[in-house]
Design a protein around this ligand. Structure first.
Ligand SMILES: [Fe+2]
Ligand SMILES: [Fe+2]
Length: 182
């Protein structure tokens, strides 16, 4: 006697073809693992590594943000001499270096470095974008100051001090650019 047609029987019939079971199918399409990844919270042996991982997310976020702003500002025609593009490009390179440095520190300390990025911010005008860049740098300065309050070996501390110096310079540069736009 045939089974009544319902969702469960339909699924069991459909996925039994070719010897695939529900768990196998789930693994193949990645559904189960992606849910598990969202549910399982990343843990850290020390809160200072969580802060470094957050800083790494921030660095990735600004790399995307500044790349976007560089291109949009050029398209708006607000930077005919390429002065802004050059300044933002230099900052962008340093942010990428920061991300690599933080990845190195985390990996050496047994923490899988994140590849997530804090949400980059867009803007409709050059002034709006630079305002958001100032805010991003203010956030970076505060975060590295907080990180430096943690206990690190001398080399790591020196690296983070250099990153903080860069962020303070970036903050000043974007603040100056914004003042010139006003
Ligand atoms: Fe940075
Ligand atoms: Fe920065």
């Amino acid at each position: 006697m045939p089974h009544p047609l319902n969702r469960r029987n339909f699924l069991l019939k459909s996925i039994s073809v070719g010897c695939l079971s529900i768990p196998v199918l789930s693994q193949l399409v990645g559904c189960k693992s992606s849910v598990q990844e969202q549910v399982q919270k990343k843990t850290y042996s020390d809160p200072k590594y969580e802060l470094l991982d957050l800083a790494l997310e921030h660095e990735f976020g600004v790399v995307v943000q500044y790349s976007n702003h560089n291109g949009v500002i050029a398209a708006l025609g607000d930077d005919p001499d390429g002065v802004l593009a050059s300044a933002i490009g230099d900052i962008l390179c340093q942010e990428a270096d920061h991300a690599a440095a933080l990845t190195d520190i985390l990996q050496r300390n047994g923490v899988q470095p994140t590849i997530a990025a804090w949400p980059p911010q867009q803007g409709a005008t050059t002034a709006e974008m630079i305002t958001k860049d100032v805010a991003a740098e203010e956030g970076a300065v505060k975060l590295y100051q907080q990180i430096l309050a943690q206990d690190f070996d001398d080399n790591t501390r020196r690296t983070i001090e250099i990153l903080l110096e860069h962020e303070q310079n970036h903050l000043q540069m974007f603040t100056d650019i914004l003042a010139e736009l006003s």
